[in-house]
Design a binder for this molecule. Structure first.
Ligand code: SF4
Length: 706
């Protein structure tokens, strides 16, 4: 058996380094690479499922064109010709802005980003701004610090207190857990760190904490401002740090002075005594780390929420010190990548931008020119974008849609042309986009692609050749492209691709440094900005404020029966929709039906064969509510219910759990259309306060017996 090194490409905080075993040309094992200390002890179930996905019977193997409602196999040459013709026709009719490229974080390697350069070489395209996941928090930290950087996991042992605020690493960041354990047991000079979890949901992480504080949904910003008020009024803030390292404190202090603690108590559901205790505990624990989650910024006050939490850390002198920080994400590696080259920005393309969560709105309202051609890559937008019924409708008006995929996802299934893409094990690449650590991993080509699967950049090079585009690199080997893409890293640190290949996983120089330890921030004035001129100029408001989220606060909607908070977090077993394809339904051995031939079943629906079914994960999607809500709606465990918002409806089984807060319906996100529980039929396509982030959690629903 031969071993190869690569990394997990999934849209996950951890980006594990892998050692992959290949026997007789077949991938037979995927293990953690012990050479990467953060992820080297184990990989998760999602990582192990790459083994199933690579040779999965439902994998797309050939280019397929939709003809008369069903797909027929065509050659790559025909596919390239069709794309070239449709691109040329769209450009002739409306110019390059009639082309739209939608991509997302479904793959963490560098090379698939080069396809963006195709559109720039052609003259430009319509593109998104912002994010479905975390854009409000990123914009918030850019306003406050000037850039987004986190403390390393190793640094947690220096903390006396760790507040995990709206993050659930037990589901979404498993490799953080051993560091939390170490911080509790041996951290902070052997005294051990206290761990507090603040979250409306009593998550698996909350059950590991010493103290769990349940706040009402979307009230975290109010809590942070209330804590700040108390910390300032009691003189518990770090005057020296505030004076030397920040600007805008006077405006912030004035804002906090006006905060009404009784109102904070009402909004958060915590007593004033609880808020005081939390404020004092945080201010007195020196140092204290805050780990900010992405769920708490998915509503119309989300960016301000992250700014309010950042300000607590700056107020108490917890920025730039070991064991401190307001860690949200980490953009240290990505700044060493030449994204302008990959996306072709240096070709000065025409660009028309729309907010990423509002693709449907863009398709309906962009008229000059209307969108005539869409290319979807690294994304299953139809499952993942809010108000997906509206998106499905809007996509019908687009003359030609192309999707590069591994499987016939919901998005691929509404496309005219589906291109079978290579898996991360079937092409070399560089993995650079961990959201937490600072390791770079070169991924070897491990196996031959099945069928006619082909790397996207190879296909776009062929189309570029047919169209005679000079600006797109054709005939260049992948590793030459990689060298070009990491030129900033090579120029700044002398790190070459060869070095990453030989030494990888490679820790970026300074990758574990404490962010902002030199007291110099990347804001315009070089200080931490309690008040941000930039935010003010951009219409986001200079100070962090609390405003009741729009839909959650819609009394008329509540009175019309939509009374419950609809929340759709990530499940432990799947990254978005990626792993929900796998055959969860297993037929009885005597049924004579191949497992892969059995469709996902909607609740209450028998398979055609009537076979007995069971599940690897959940047999069917579930709507989780607490006992109080179940009693109020006269609902029983296991029965089929309809959950609806003013935008759409799904049907699924009810599960009753004490860990769900009152007035809440939780359904894990990622379920495909065929499951009957595609959650984004219900969620809005509205935006957060800034950062062009999807306000998924600003959603009211009702639940009823079917
Ligand atoms: S999904 Fe995340 S934790 Fe799991 S193997 Fe991939 S990178 Fe590691």
């Amino acid at each position: 058996m031969k071993s190869f090194k690569t990394a997990c490409p999934l849209d996950c905080f951890d980006q594990c380094a892998f050692v992959v075993g290949v026997d007789g040309g077949k991938v037979v094992s995927i293990e953690a690479d012990a050479g990467q200390p953060v992820t080297g002890r184990f990989i998760c179930a999602k990582g192990r499922k790459h083994l199933e996905r690579i040779n999965h019977p439902r994998r797309l193997l050939y280019p397929q064109l939709k003809v008369g409602g069903s797909y027929k196999r065509i050659s790559w040459g025909q596919a390239a010709e069709l794309v070239a013709e449709n691109v040329a026709a769209a450009v002739e009719e409306g110019g390059p802005l009639a082309l739209l490229h939608f991509y997302d974080g479904g793959y963490g390697g560098l090379l698939k980003n080069i396809e963006g350069r195709f559109f720039s070489a052609l003259g430009g395209c319509t593109l998104h701004r912002g994010s479905l996941c975390w854009g409000a928090g990123i914009a918030a930290q850019c306003y406050d610090f000037g850039a987004v950087m986190s403390h390393s996991h190793e640094d947690l042992v220096n903390a006396k207190l760790i507040i995990i605020w709206g993050r659930n690493p037990a589901n979404t960041q498993l490799h953080l857990l051993p560091y939390l354990k170490a911080a509790r047991e041996v951290g902070a000079d052997s005294g051990g760190a206290r761990v507090i979890v603040i979250d409306p949901l009593q998550t698996a992480t909350a059950r590991l904490a010493e103290l769990y504080i349940r706040v009402k949904p979307a009230s975290d910003g109010a809590l942070a401002l209330g804590m700040a008020k108390l910390i300032i009024e009691r003189g518990l803030y770090n005057r020296d740090s505030v004076e030397r390292r920040s600007s805008g404190f006077d405006q912030y202090r004035e804002l906090c002075a006006g905060v009404d603690l009784a109102e904070v108590s009402r909004v958060t559901g915590l007593s004033i005594t609880e808020i005081e205790a939390l404020a004092v505990t945080y201010a007195e624990a020196k140092p204290a780390a805050i780990l900010i989650g992405i769920g708490l910024q998915r509503h119309s006050n989300g960016g301000n929420t992250v700014r309010a939490i950042d300000a607590l850390a700056a107020l108490t002198g917890n920025i730039g010190v070991p064991g401190g920080g307001a860690s949200y994400a980490n953009f240290r590696v990505t700044r060493h990548i030449d994204h302008h080259y990959l996306s072709g920005l240096n070709l000065k393309p025409l660009r028309r931008y729309y907010p990423k969560p509002q693709l449907a709105e863009a398709l309906v309202n962009l008229k000059e020119p209307p969108v005539k051609f869409i290319y979807f890559s690294r994304a299953n937008s139809l499952t993942q974008v809010g108000d997906s019924n509206r998106l499905r409708q809007a996509l019908r008006q687009v003359p030609f849609i192309v999707t590069a995929e591994h499987f016939l996802t919901d998005t691929a299934a509404v496309s005219d042309l589906v291109l079978p893409a290579t898996n991360f094990l079937e092409a070399e690449d560089l993995y650079f986009n961990s959201m937490s650590h600072q390791y770079l991993v070169y991924g070897e080509k491990v196996a031959e692609a099945p069928g006619e699967c082909r790397p996207e950049y190879d296909f776009w090079a062929e189309v570029a050749g047919r169209l005679g585009l000079a600006g797109f690199p054709t005939g260049i080997k992948p590793d030459e492209l990689l060298k070009r893409a990491i030129r900033p890293l090579t120029e700044a640190h002398g790190i070459t691709l060869e070095q990453i290949k030989e030494e990888g996983p490679l820790l970026l120089p300074g990758g574990e440094d404490i962010p902002w330890s030199d007291g110099v921030f990347e804001t315009a004035d070089g200080r931490y900005n309690f008040y941000s001129e930039r935010a003010e100029e951009e219409g986001a408001g200079g100070l962090p404020v609390y405003r009741e989220p729009l839909e959650l606060g819609d009394r008329a909607l509540q009175e019309s029966g939509y009374r419950y908070w609809f929340v759709t977090p990530h499940m432990r077993e799947s990254i978005h929709s990626t792993h929900l394809l796998l055959p969860r339904v297993v037929v009885s051995p005597d049924s004579g039906v191949r497992p892969d031939a059995v469709p996902l079943v909607r609740p209450g629906v028998r398979t055609e064969t009537g076979a007995t079914v069971r599940s690897e994960m959940e047999p069917v999607p579930k709507a989780y509510v607490n006992p109080q809500l179940a009693a109020q709606e006269n609902l029983a465990e296991g029965e089929v219910v309809a959950v609806s918002s003013k935008r759409g409806r799904i049907e699924l089984r009810l599960a009753i759990s004490d860990s769900i807060p009152p007035g809440t319906v939780l359904v894990y996100q990622g379920w495909w259309e065929e499951s009957g529980a595609a959650v984004n039929k219900l969620t809005p396509d509205g935006l957060t306060d800034f950062g062009n982030q999807a306000a998924y959690y600003d959603c009211l629903c009702r639940v009823e017996k079917l």
